[in-house]
Each structure stands twice: as structure tokens, then as C-alpha cells.
Design a protein around this ligand. Sequence first.
Ligand SMILES: [Zn+2]
Length: 152
Amino acid sequence: MNIEGTQVVLRLSSDPAILAELRKKKSLTVINGREVFVRQFDSRPFEFTPGSQVTVGETVAKALVRDSSFIVGDALTGQVVHALEILKSFDAGKGVTANVCPYCSKPFDRPQQLGRHLLRDCENLPESAKSEDAAEEAADESPVPSGVPASD
Ligand SMILES: [Zn+2]
């Protein structure tokens, strides 16, 4: 597994023209009294509010920035802009424990999110890992192939 050490700080553009365009397109919506720009990556929503910064892994950052592009003005002659901009990127360094699911490689910002994913959401989680007594179950594993009807 390739553990991503490069972290990227993203922020929503502060360009008034871009923000105005996002509001017009309803891409910038008001949730709980604040304006939020939401983009999804791998079924995970990432929320950006004007002025705030979000740090994600490089792969996620590139996908989000790419996904945040839109055309200002006419579809043919308008200028392509990105609602999200990269503020900086930095190497988190070796030895950093990336919060990446070992079963489906989904990245998470926080260990708690990964924990929740492992408990509830992961689709690739093997049966043995779901059991609290995984070790016992593994020892119990039968070499008899499944799906073969037993003959007496
Ligand atoms: Zn997973």
C-alpha cells in the first residue's frame, strides 16, 4: 500500500467574482447559517466555507480541485476557473501513520473517522475482522471448501 505523505492545504477561493458565480450556480449553499461549498471524493463529502482551510492528502486534493472547476460566463468563450485553490503542500514526513483503510484504501482525515469506517462502513472488511474474536475464528477456519455438498 502506498501511504501518502504529501498533505495539501486547500481553501475556497476568496475571489468575489468566483464566489458570486458559485452562489448563482447554487454551488455555494447556506447550511446552518453559513455558506458551504461541498465536493465529494470517493463518496466522502468535503466542506469548504469561505476563508477556511482544509488539509487533505495529495490525491484527494487534486481530485477536489479538478472537480471544483467551472466556466465563468459563456460556455464556449468563458474562462475556466477553480473554486478551490491550493494554498500549500507539505510532506508530512516518514513515520506518519496515514489514516488509510487497510481493506479498501479509503483515506481519512482523522483516526476517529477511520475507526468509524472500520466499524460500520467498510465494504471490503473481511468477515474475520468483523468478529471481536478474530483470532479464535481464524484458528477455527476449516480447510473444507465451501459450496461442496457434504456426502455421507
Ligand atoms: Zn474500508
